[in-house]
Design a binder for this molecule. Structure first.
Ligand code: ZN
Length: 177
């Protein structure tokens, strides 16, 4: 039984046993994606994973309410003002940056959604030098346009991960072997 089902048309690496192994971009984006599954946001789950130049994971994050703010007592609606979530939620990139315990200079952040302007400010200030993202669904919003503007000016690179990879994790496949 397969422990992990991994289908990657863009596969570039093979082990000596001719096993398929996951490439770095897919691996880190998968960690970002799995992190997003922790988010309680009913509409948008976003995950992030920060990696250093040695391909070591430094930190992860997902969007959620600040620590010690009880989720059930916080507003999750998509509306402006005190009744909506926007004034309270900490974005995945911010959480990943704030949870990191080391200097982030020249690290890469993988994120399932292109960062908003607030997160881009934090990314720039942290010293992260590259962003790899999956979705760009808010491409034309003011936040994203402002984001690109400051990232370009600050010299932070960004690229979309184009991948048709499918990864299926089934814990039963591991425990039954
Ligand atoms: Zn953000």
């Amino acid at each position: 039984m397969e422990r992990l089902k991994y289908i990657s048309p863009t596969l570039t690496e093979r082990t000596t046993k001719q096993m398929q192994i996951i490439n770095w971009d897919d691996y880190f984006m998968a960690v970002a994606y799995i992190s997003s599954l922790r988010s309680k946001d009913p509409r948008t789950q976003v995950g992030a994973c920060i990696v250093n130049k040695s391909n070591r994971i430094i930190s992860t994050g997902y969007n959620g309410m600040p620590n010690n703010c009880e989720d059930s007592k916080m507003p999750w609606q998509n509306k402006e003002g005190l009744e909506g979530k926007y004034l309270y939620v900490v974005h995945s990139e911010q959480n990943a940056i704030l949870h990191a315990k080391v200097d982030l200079t020249d690290c890469i952040i993988y994120t399932t959604l292109f960062p908003c302007n607030e997160c881009s400010k934090s990314i720039i200030q942290s010293g992260i030098s590259e962003i790899v993202y999956l979705s760009d669904k808010y491409n034309n919003t003011e936040q994203t346009i402002a984001s690109r503007f400051i990232l370009d000016m600050a010299g932070v690179k960004y690229r979309q991960l184009i991948s048709n990879t499918k990864i299926e994790v089934n814990f039963n496949n591991i425990t039954q072997n």
